[in-house]
Write a protein that binds this ligand. Structure first.
Ligand SMILES: Nc1ncnc2c1ncn2[C@@H]1O[C@H](COP(=O)(O)OP(=O)(O)OP(=O)(O)O)[C@@H](O)[C@H]1O
Ligand SMILES: [Mg+2]
Length: 244
């Protein structure tokens, strides 16, 4: 359902940020994308969602090629960006209505969705406040609510837990589980390996723009006996070089 096909990105400065990345997250699966800072996670996510045009390769979401049928593809996924500081001059409700308008969500349906999602994230009382007055976590929660407003089957989330308080993180994890259980696909990037351990059917580890390991937690443990995911991660990706 979330398919990367040989995604390669060479940025304008000549830097090859990702090299031939392929995977397919199927319906019913939650996949975690882990890797050091600068490994290429956001670059892959931006190519999956059509924000960046790949140098070569493509992505197929829910059967639609993001570069050939971008509107159909975009209707089938939720995207949470790594930065929630968007249109902060709007109130939360104005922003949600703007997104709902773009996705043709009916007035009745959006009322229901905004009501239930805001309630779950404890945001109901903040909806009439300008987002510039929100804390980082409140902005993040609003971005998650807005991403889910059109009921998309695929969720693509770039570090969605960053800044969320424990109750909101718990809710989001719960929602990801429910969504996958209902036959949908979730891909999220994270630096918190405990979260990946708790949630994921599959973990993709990326380093220097390449997927260096991929599999279920059981598989990763089988090929790295006696090691925690954190130890496996450090073994595979190395430690940052110490400054001398
Ligand atoms: N617009 C750009 N122009 C040139 N290079 C870029 C650009 N955006 C990212 N890069 C480079 O591409 C590489 C991958 O960056 P990316 O943001 O995808 O990493 P990431 O895995 O998401 O990191 P983090 O964990 O810090 O979010 C890095 O070397 C980065 O410097
Ligand atoms: Mg990133």
């Amino acid at each position: 359902m979330i398919e990367a096909k040989s995604l390669t990105m060479v940025y304008g400065n000549g830097h090859k940020a990702t090299d031939d990345i392929s995977f397919n997250i199927k319906a019913g699966e939650i996949a975690g994308f882990a890797g050091p800072n600068g490994a290429g996670k956001t670059t892959v996510i931006k190519m999956l969602t059509g924000i960046l045009k790949p140098t070569s390769g493509t992505a197929v979401i829910n059967g639609f090629d993001i570069n050939k049928e971008p509107i159909k593809a975009k209707r089938s996924f939720a995207y949470v960006a790594d930065n929630p500081d968007i249109l902060i001059q709007l109130t939360g409700l104005e922003y949600l209505n703007f997104i709902a308008d773009m996705y043709d969500v009916s007035v009745e349906r959006r009322k229901e969705k905004i009501g239930s999602l805001s309630e779950r994230f404890g945001m109901s009382d903040a909806l009439n406040t300008q987002m510039r007055e929100y804390s980082h976590g409140m902005r993040q929660k609003l971005m998650v609510i807005s991403a889910l407003i059109h009921d998309p089957p695929a969720w693509i989330l770039d570090e969605p837990m960053t800044g969320l308080d424990p109750a909101a993180a718990f809710e989001l994890k719960q929602m990801m589980r429910e969504h996958a259980k209902a036959g949908n696909a979730v891909l999220f990037s994270t630096h918190v390996l405990e979260v990946a351990e708790q949630l994921c059917d599959r973990i993709l580890i990326i380093n220097n723009g390449k997927i260096i390991s991929e599999g279920t937690l059981e598989y990763l443990r089988l090929v790295n006996p006696g090691m925690t995911l954190e130890e496996i991660f450090v073994k595979l990706t190395g430690r940052p070089e110490k400054e001398s």
